[in-house]
Design a protein around this ligand. Structure first.
Ligand SMILES: Cc1cc2nc3c(=O)[nH]c(=O)nc-3n(C[C@H](O)[C@H](O)[C@H](O)COP(=O)(O)OP(=O)(O)OC[C@H]3O[C@@H](n4cnc5c(N)ncnc54)[C@H](O)[C@@H]3O)c2cc1C
Length: 474
């Protein structure tokens, strides 16, 4: 987690505009502690100076004009899932969009407009009322805003692409308080940057997406193999996925068996490999595909079945308890080779794996629409050369466990570095510093373009609590 420590003298912002219609919360106010609680519990170690909980877009403009006039950096909170805790930094002035929750689905044009405070579970539920889906992420409490601005990957990415590949427009408030729209024809450079460049360019208040017909039923679940089969099963995945249809999404989680009723007792706490297939095509084809997947080893548990999309896209919620302490690392792989698999298994074995904690190393199969249908230059989000994505997902509750888990995450990053590409998905790793940021969007040319767009829209870098792009020429 990047530093979120309090500034030495946090201003009280006693002159914050009286015509702000939402709620203004300062330390000591009723509701302040609830408002500053975000997914990563480490953010709660420090409190922001003021949380401006916006009632509408005009409030966002009011807060930004106030900050702009005083040259104050602002933090932006939408769903609060950002692993760096950039949404609630110590001492900061926070623009909180969690009250902006409107969703409009147009079944005729198959488009969905979602305000920035919408969570993925709400987006899914609203779209499914019309038999539609917007491809997004895999945990329902994640916010659409941060996820979309960074890229957006999930069970449907091989079929429909990343979330940004389905983004049609953004409504944004500029740092000096103007409302603008960005799409393919209006402010196209800004629209390019908003599709993966993170929260660098303005405060986005609403997103418009292309939706796809899906469900209500799909085929999904978990296939669990004992740890001693993990290497052999993982080694077969590249060939399996090379022939797999785009309708198959697949994640492989290396983790320790949780003490759940469905898990055989003798496996509790032992290393396991969990395959998480989601098949959204023909049911007979799905059955053949997942049967073949289970046949890559001798599973001890197989929960794959026909179920709803809404159940499917919330099945990982149990692995992500809100408010626990977290760090996150990840990267892209060109191939899932034997040395990569060895390294992943070694890193799982090296995990502190303390009682009452969650540790997983997840590997996501890319390919299909996310890899093949969109040119690398078409969006700021980078996917060039990536066939797989690895990520650590580690959660604990005690502050004294920060050090062992951070050391493990650092060592895992170092061990995976020779295997990982220099580009990466910005949302599934904590910020790794300036040199990392220069590569993460895929090329020097893309970074320069982002820096030029940043200079145009946020020349004083007021939006700096993020995977920050320094304005060109600054
Ligand atoms: C448990 C868990 C599961 C996840 N699963 C997935 C997944 O399946 N797929 C995936 O792609 N990602 C996933 N992520 C990563 C997720 O995409 C990022 O954490 C994302 O930043 C969350 O967005 P948010 O709005 O909830 O977060 P916030 O913490 O509110 O925002 C994160 C950052 O985004 C910027 N930002 C947010 N809103 C705005 C806005 N309206 N305007 C301008 N800038 C803004 C700010 O810089 C902010 O600090 C997961 C994260 C967690 C913790």
């Amino acid at each position: 987690m990047s530093p979120t420590g309090s500034t030495p003298t946090s201003p009280t912002h006693s002159d914050f505009p009286a015509d702000f219609r939402g709620t203004v919360l300062r330390p000591g106010d009723d509701g302040y502690d609830q408002a500053r609680a975000v997914f990563n519990g480490r953010a709660a170690d420090h409190g922001p100076a003021l949380i401006a909980r916006c009632a509408d877009e005009d409030d966002v403009a009011t807060a930004l004009r106030y900050a702009s006039a005083r040259d104050l950096p602002v933090a932006v909170r939408s769903g609060g899932h950002g692993s760096d805790g950039h949404a609630m930094p110590g001492g900061a002035l926070v623009i909180d969009l969690s009250g902006l929750r409107e969703i409009t689905v147009d079944p005729d044009t198959r488009t969905v407009r979602a305000q920035a405070g919408v969570l993925l579970g709400e987006l899914d539920a609203a779209a499914q009322e019309y038999g539609l889906v917007v491809p997004s992420g895999t945990v329902t409490t994640t916010g659409v805003a941060g996820l979309t601005l960074g890229g957006g990957i999930g069970h449907l990415m091989r079929r429909f692409g990343a979330t940004v590949d389905n983004l049609l427009a953004c409504e944004m408030i500029t740092v000096d308080g103007r409302k603008v729209r960005a799409d393919e024809t209006e402010n196209p450079d800004l629209f390019w940057a908003l599709r993966g460049g993170g929260g660098n360019f303005g405060v986005v208040t609403a997103f418009e997406y292309r939706a796809h017909p899906l469900g209500p039923d799909v085929v999904s679940g978990m296939i669990v193999f004992p740890g001693d089969q993990a290497a052999a099963v993982l080694a077969q995945l590249p060939a399996f996925m090379a022939d797999a249809p785009r309708e198959l999404g697949l994640a492989a989680a290396l983790t320790f068996a949780p003490p759940l009723p469905a898990v055989p007792e003798e496996a509790y706490g032992k290393p396991i490999l969990m395959l998480i297939p989601v098949h959204t095509g023909d049911f007979a084809e799905a059955e053949k595909t997942v049967t073949a997947l289970a046949g890559l080893g001798a599973p001890v548990l197989n929960t794959v079945r026909r179920t709803t999309w809404l159940e499917t896209n919330s099945m990982l919620d149990a692995t992500a308890p809100y408010g626990w302490r977290a760090n996150a690392r990840g990267g892209y792989l060109a191939a899932l080779t034997a040395p990569v698999i060895d390294t992943l298994l070694e890193r799982l074995a090296a995990s502190p794996n303390l009682p009452g904690t969650v540790t997983a190393i997840n590997v996501w199969a890319l390919g299909g629409a996310i890899s093949e249908d969109v040119d690398e230059e078409a969006t700021a989000f980078s996917r060039a050369g990536a066939s797989w994505l690895w990520e650590t997902a580690t959660l604990w509750t005690q502050a004294e466990h920060d050090a062992p888990y951070d050391a493990w995450a650092d060592a895992t990053t170092t061990a995976m570095q020779p295997h990982s590409l220099s580009n990466a998905y910005i949302n599934l790793t904590d910020d790794q510093g300036e040199a990392w940021r220069r590569d993460v969007w895929g090329s020097g040319a893309k970074y320069r373009r982002l820096a030029e767009i940043k200079a145009e829209w946020d020349p004083r870098n007021l939006l700096r609590h993020n995977k920050n792009i320094a304005p060109a020429g600054a």
